[in-house]
Design a protein around this ligand. Structure first.
Ligand code: HEC
Ligand code: HEC
Length: 329
């Protein structure tokens, strides 16, 4: 029987079968499959629409800028009334691969997550009712929701569903590393491959594995040596109240990591080299040489894939009925 199934595997497609060895702890990112383009387009408009914020200034893209690796390149985000947020904005790229959303995993999925920032006083500072009122005042949105969701009234459920559907398209396939995984042995250099070998042999892969090299478990920050930070975030313990969960965070993806500086939940480290050094010391109890840090960093830079590239959506025009934004108050 065993031989038979092996044979079947070989017959399937020798190329694909041989290309990504099952023994690798990292798998390539699959391209997005768009089944409902109208829904994705609607979600894209909403993602870029600042009228979902009280100020009329802030959209999802303000803090998850798709031309900046899906993040804002700030230690902690700036939101409504220029308030500094409490934590670093994680990338939205490949976020559909996360086991849960937010650093502490408090939202189960992208749809549940999307309702958060609109009503967060420090982010978009709107209420859901008002945000929906704004959308309902715009005839073109009413028309799109009717077409896509077959509803007469725009609902929060449909809004967050459309945003999530758009976010699912924000994957970044075709990185050099993925090409290498699929069998193109010239896609990465010798130094980069040595970096990957180190990444595996010293144990980074214990937490950063799977297609996103992260996003699939919660782990303690400062496993061997405590992490020193001024940031008050407690991680999962903030939800469970359990001491064992203190400083447990969702392991961030390392896809596109060269673009998503500064690093860690407090955004305290701007250089990728420094964050590799911190990780090795705090998580693995290991002091790496500059040469080793350089190699691992070189490997991490091969994880940058195709960035979302599309024309910015044309936002449906407001009308006289559209509530007036409150930029300053
Ligand atoms: C003012 C800045 C800001 C705005 C505006 C904003 N976000 Fe975020 N976003 C953040 C921060 C900060 C976090 C992390 C919060 C936490 O984990 O506690 C986050 C987390 C997320 C996550 C989870 C990613 C992960 O890996 O856990 C997703 C997805 C996301 N935001 C999507 C959106 C969407 C969709 C919108 C618009 C409706 C939006 N964000 C608006 C700052 C912002
Ligand atoms: C025990 C699990 C674990 C191990 C082992 C581990 N990491 Fe991490 N890694 C994490 C967690 C958790 C975070 C988030 C910590 C935080 O933000 O406070 C993280 C964050 C990072 C970041 C910052 C990403 C970002 O977007 O902020 C980089 C880079 C990184 N790790 C690389 C590595 C490298 C390289 C190694 C091996 C030297 C390694 N990690 C080993 C769990 C681990």
């Amino acid at each position: 029987m065993r031989t038979l199934s092996l044979m079947a595997g070989l017959c399937l497609s020798a190329g694909a079968w041989a290309a990504v060895p099952a023994s690798e702890p990292v798998q390539p990112i699959a391209p997005a499959e768009i089944t409902d383009p109208a829904k994705v387009e609607l979600g894209k408009q909403l993602f870029f629409d600042p009228r979902l914020s009280r100020s009329g200034f802030i959209s999802c893209n303000s803090c998850h800028n798709l031309s900046m690796g899906g993040s804002d390149n700030l230690p902690t985000s700036i939101g409504h009334n220029w308030q500094e947020g409490p934590i670093n904005s994680p990338t939205v790229l490949n976020s559909s691969l996360n086991l849960a959303q937010f650093w502490d995993g408090r939202a189960a999925d992208l749809k549940e997550q999307a309702a958060g920032p609109i009503a967060n006083p420090k982010e978009m500072a709107f209420t859901h009712i008002l945000a929906i009122d704004v959308l309902r005042s715009i005839p073109q949105y009413r028309e799109s929701f009717k077409q896509v969701y077959k509803v007469d009234e725009i609902t929060l459920d449909a809004v967050t569903d459309a945003i999530a559907e758009f976010e699912k398209t924000l994957v970044t396939p075709n990185s050099r590393f993925d090409k290498w995984l699929k069998g193109d042995k010239n896609a990465i250099t010798k130094v980069e491959q040595e970096g990957y070998d180190l990444f595996k042999s010293i144990g980074c892969v214990a937490c950063h594995n799977g297609p996103a090299l992260g996003g699939n478990s919660f782990q303690k920050m400062g496993l061997v040596e405590p992490y020193k930070t001024e940031n008050p975030a407690e991680g999962v313990a903030g939800l469970t109240g359990k001491d064992a969960d203190r400083f447990k965070f969702k392991v961030p993806t390392l896809r596109n990591v060269e673009l998503t500086y500064p690093y860690f939940h407090d955004g305290a480290y701007w250089k990728l080299e420094d964050s590799v050094d911190v990780m090795a010391r705090l998580q693995l109890g290991r002091k790496l040489s500059d040469d080793e840090i350089g190699k691992i960093t070189a490997f991490l830079k091969t994880l940058t894939g195709d960035q979302p590239s599309f024309a910015l959506p044309i936002l449906p025009p407001s009308t006289n009925d559209t509530p007036i934004p409150k930029p300053f108050e």
